[in-house]
Design a protein around this ligand. Structure first.
Ligand SMILES: O=c1ccn([C@@H]2O[C@H](COP(=O)(O)O)[C@@H](O)[C@H]2O)c(=O)[nH]1
Length: 240
């Protein structure tokens, strides 16, 4: 993840839409995020196909269950040879540690295990929801930093957070601890269901290791142009 990728969230209903979108980007290997919508429809075959074509795959299933179940599920994901997977930090330290154990068990001999990153607080969650609905009586910065610290102590390779929280996490956790940031929008664009959003340029200035962009690209009239523009903004402001 040293190359600071822009990861495209392929939030489309099926393989035919995903393939059409991919075809518009040309032949370059990309970093593609497969989330629940596409995975529940197409299953492992699509992931294997994209890996065989040379794409990197972020399989974003946000595991959150008892430690034994998460460990066994993580082993299955590692068998797919994906690059990045997610768990919810709210599952606790034992669950997160067992996720990494499962990934190690499932990784084929001689291959690199998928990186495991923990969702701190969803970028759709506001501080009001954190306090009033989730019952966490902390500021968003405090909650996200506490989860990131727990995730690092539980053997995670990094976290999912909003870009605004990256400087705090980098000062609390080790510098190499990954920060992967969704909640990315172009200037003036609707945030939709996201509440903690920034532009690609601001995410770069704040030190994000990778940005995740979905609807700004997949919902654009010209997805290729949207991808290229956002990638350029992300690279140009790259202060790392
Ligand atoms: O906290 C989180 C964790 C994951 N996501 C995922 O990222 C993309 C963002 O999509 P946009 O269309 O760019 O809003 C989506 O697949 C989410 O599942 C997140 O947004 N926040």
């Amino acid at each position: 993840m040293n190359d600071h990728p822009l990861i495209i969230a392929m939030d489309v209903p099926d393989k035919s839409e995903a393939d059409a979108l991919l075809a518009s980007f040309g032949q370059t290997p990309l970093f593609l995020k497969v989330g629940m919508e596409l995975f529940y429809k197409e299953g492992p075959a699509l992931v294997e196909e994209w890996k065989a074509e040379g794409h990197r795959v972020f399989l974003d299933l946000k595991l959150h269950d008892i430690p034994n179940t998460v460990q066994r599920a993580a082993a299955q994901l590692a068998r797919l040879q994906v690059d990045l997977v997610t768990v919810h930090a709210a599952g606790g330290s034992r669950m997160m540690a067992r996720a990494v154990e499962g990934l190690e068990q499932g990784t084929p001999f001689g291959k690199k295990r998928p990186a495991c990153i923990a969702v701190t607080q969803l970028t759709s969650t506001s501080e009001a929801v954190l306090n009033e609905e989730l019952g966490i009586p902390l500021s968003m910065n405090e909650a996200v930093t506490a989860y990131a610290d727990l995730a690092e102590r539980s053997g995670q390779d990094g976290v999912v957070c909003a870009a605004g929280e990256v400087p705090l996490i980098k000062s609390t956790c080790s510098r190499s601890f990954l920060t992967v940031t969704p909640g990315i929008r172009r200037a003036g664009e609707e945030a939709g269901d996201q509440t903690r959003v920034v532009t690609p340029g601001v995410a770069a200035e704040l030190g994000s290791d990778a940005i995740v962009v979905g609807r700004s690209i997949t919902g654009a009239i010209d997805p290729t142009r949207a991808y290229e523009q956002m990638e350029q903004e992300w690279r140009m402001s790259d202060a790392k």
